[in-house]
Design a protein around this ligand. Sequence first.
Ligand code: NAI
Ligand code: MG
Length: 372
Amino acid sequence: TTYSLLILPGDGIGPEVMAEVRKVIGWFEKSRGLSFDVSEDLVGGAAYDKYGKPLADETMAKAQAVDAVLLGAVGGPKYDNLDFSVKPERGLLRLRKEMDLFANLRPAQCFDALADFSSLKREVVAGLDILIVRELTSGVYFGEPRGIHADDNNPDNEGGRVGVNTQRYTSGEIRRVARSAFELARKRSNRVCSMEKANVMESGILWREEVQWVHDNEYPDVELSHMYADNGAMQLVRNPRQFDVIVTDNLFGDILSDAAAMLTGSLGMLPSASLGAPMANGRPKALYEPVHGSAPDIAGQGKANPIACILSFAMCLRYSFGLGAEADLLEKAVERVLADGVRTGDLMGAEGGKPVSTAEMGDHIVAALSAL
Ligand code: NAI
Ligand code: MG
């Protein structure tokens, strides 16, 4: 089998961290005999500079044709004043929309060597390994009607305007993301907690009913629980290890996944995946990317931590290529390097020491792969 992968390094530190993923890919080819068909293209500001738009049509077509897309980061001060329609983030949004990537996966995993970086005490987060599945293409960020308009005939409204957004979910939209969560849970600890506000929102009642329906009809073997999202936020901070997979809507997922991210430490460590419907090969359409942005403050200085992007590639190995053992190996290599005290600047604590460069971190991880 040859696994096809489109790499979109993007802007700022994107190309720097992607160069380290290339080393990892090279290792798997050379040492494990795996065959990857890797192509590379532009996205974001880099694409705007060359094509006048943040994602060329040919790049979009390529993204639809490959087994998986791996993206670095987009944006930067150079592009901040561009017209909205050609802003770098539009390139990313176009990929998500046209590939119909409705399930956003945000793991929160605490590496033991970094437990003291967490916003919480080591006892609460040691060994933490949870996965938040956020619905990404519907809900209040997209619902109609929306807008800001005059609040006619309402003299009691000081200022005279009203802002409107609509939380709207169809049963089909809920069922498909629920299926993603149950599928993922079966490969983990087989537990799903669904979060909504069924106590105050009709969309929340539908959410709860449809998730329960998918469970009862298709995944009765998976343990399902329901929780109000506000309580969920509290539980995530009080005792995050009670969870395995959390599935929730777009708005709650945005907030809960950012909160969960801080349980584990640096932004430079956090991977993500966005999955869509199954393709002909039975695996979901998929885009993998680190959670962090283009970090213009450190770009071009060899300071970026490549681990978030490397762990995103590990997710790609697992979910798009079906290479679970290889994904485990890569995660173990990262863990080993951290346990050995190798640190990029963002992972330096009060104890000090000398940070390694982006390229040195990549070299250490490749060496650990060979040593494991
Ligand atoms: P950012 O994530 O780029 O940086 C926030 C802070 O974290 C900075 O101090 C940065 O140096 C540090 N940081 C981020 N990633 C790091 C890494 N791998 N290693 C070491 N340190 C790291 O977010 P910010 O500064 O708000 O945005 C910068 C640009 O990135 C903006 O143009 C923004 O629009 C864009 N952005 C793009 C995203 C994407 O491509 N998905 C996501 C978030 C922001
Ligand atoms: Mg957010």
